[in-house]
Write a protein that binds this ligand. Structure first.
Ligand SMILES: O=C(O)CCC(=O)C(=O)O
Ligand SMILES: [Fe+2]
Length: 331
């Protein structure tokens, strides 16, 4: 349920103090390291190289950065502008389009759905767009809603195109092909976009922007306006063997986008690829905005390990369930 939060407070309210709450790996060190960066050129000669780079990133990290991704930077910049316009509104205006308190994802303003799992609140706000933003945009800006709708809708179209391309590449790295009868169909899934805002925090070391979690999607694609927040987890259980448990901060790299493997990738690959734990830390100097696109099969699509992704003799680690059922069981 959305509550009004005073993000201009000089002292962190008790409702947002996390330093005594176990949020999982809170105190593991943050270590800067290079993040796999893949140039998605359209040159057919680069296809095998791109496939190998994606395979390596999926095997070892569960996240990577893409450049030359084909998403229009004009659309991205317009979306960033509209995202700031939205979060700059007065709290009561934003509350007028608050998300309904349901477990199902629905459009509107509020805290992240994940926040319902914790007793403390996140130092952040989000605006979910499931399908079209028209109704809420008209309510917020009766005479000036078109630029918001256009930017978000164009963003969703471009992101869906990129997400489909990346999904097909990821499945190809598992030996699956579009001709397979169980090759997942992502036709007409309702686009789900989240605009996120992480205001400057008076006491960032005691707060959290977004608690550690894994995404439910096949992949999530993110665009951040600045760095200073998102971190991915790498730990002993990762495939590279003996590495120290740590968090890897994600810098903002020019026009690049960030790709995150979600639980559906883990299920399709029968656990060969792992969805990656990630979090957002609060910071004291920059107001960070993020646009996120979640690429997920339809709720009634069957999701289970793909035949060709399994090696001879492998047993299935996941039951074949409908996508919506997996969501209800949580992650
Ligand atoms: O805002 C971010 O940087 C991350 C958002 C995220 O992980 C999510 O919405 O699932
Ligand atoms: Fe996430």
């Amino acid at each position: 349920m959305a509550k009004i939060i005073d993000f201009s407070a000089k002292v962190l309210p008790d409702s947002h103090i996390w330093d005594t709450v176990e949020d999982g790996h809170r105190h593991d060190p943050v270590i800067e390291e290079s993040i796999p960066t893949i140039n998605l050129s359209n040159n057919p000669d680069d296809y095998t190289m791109i496939l190998n780079q994606i395979k390596d990133a999926c095997n070892t990290r569960g996240f990577f950065i893409v450049t030359n991704h084909g998403v229009s930077m004009d659309v991205i910049h317009r979306c960033e502008k509209e995202c700031k316009r939205l979060f700059d509104l007065e709290p009561c205006e934003k509350m007028s389009v608050a998300r309904k308190p349901t477990y199902e994802i629905s459009s509107g303003y509020g805290s992240f759905l994940l926040s319902d799992c914790f007793s403390k609140s996140f130092w952040s706000e989000s605006f979910y767009v499931v399908g079209s933003p028209l109704e809420h945009a008209k309510q917020l800006w009766p005479d000036d809603y078109q630029s918001f709708c256009d930017a978000i809708e164009e963003f969703q179209v471009e992101m869906k195109y990129l997400a489909t391309r990346l999904t097909n590449l990821i499945l190809a790295t598992l030996g699956c092909s579009i001709e397979d009868e169980d090759f997942p169909k992502f036709e007409n899934p309702t686009p789900f976009t989240s605009l996120n805002s992480y205001p400057v925090c008076p006491e960032p070391e005691k707060a959290i922007g977004l608690a550690p979690h894994k995404d439910f999607s096949m992949i999530t694609i993110l665009r951040q306006t600045t760095d200073g927040g998102l971190q991915f987890y790498r730990g002993k259980n990762d495939t590279e063997g003996q590495i120290t448990d740590h968090w890897v901060p994600v810098p903002k790299i020019g026009d690049a986008l960030i790709v995150v493997l979600g639980n559906v990738s883990q299920i399709y690959s029968n656990g060969r690829y792992r969805s990656v734990l990630h979090r957002v830390v609060a910071n004291q100097t920059i107001h960070r905005h993020v646009m996120t696109y979640f690429h997920t099969p339809l709720a009634n699509a069957k999701v289970g390990p793909l035949k060709k992704a399994m090696n001879e003799g492998d047993s299935s680690h996941y039951k074949g369930l409908e996508c919506g059922e997996y969501r209800r069981f949580g992650s």
